[in-house]
Design a binder for this molecule. Sequence first.
Ligand SMILES: [Zn+2]
Length: 144
Amino acid sequence: MIKYRLSCSDGHEFESWFRSIADFDTQSHAGDVACPLCASTEITKQPMAPAVVSGRRVTPRSAPTTADPRANTEMLGMLRAFKKTVMENSEDVGTGFADEARKIHFGEAEERNIRGSSTMDEARALAEEGVPFGVLPPLPEDLN
Ligand SMILES: [Zn+2]
């Protein structure tokens, strides 16, 4: 297994696993490697030595188990890339997330990307009011 850092034509960076170097070349030429953020297939390899791990270490200990550890790792790579983009393009409003999201939705605050935390009740209330928001799933490293 070889892990590559990849970037698309829009500059999104993400990681993906391939069986071999040749496997990456074949898949990218066939347009089978797509950016998880914008689905661009113009993918370039980041200039970095690929990390090679033994099959035993592919799945982080604290990750949820699935039938296919490789699919799980690919999923985690996509989540990491997504989370990184959110982090870099949003304002942290902490526990005031629900209030701020509501204000932005009803035009009482400046429209911008925000992130923060909310309780389950707050999230449910936001959904009922039709305020759009997303939930970032916790990654294994967040739980450690
Ligand atoms: Zn992209």
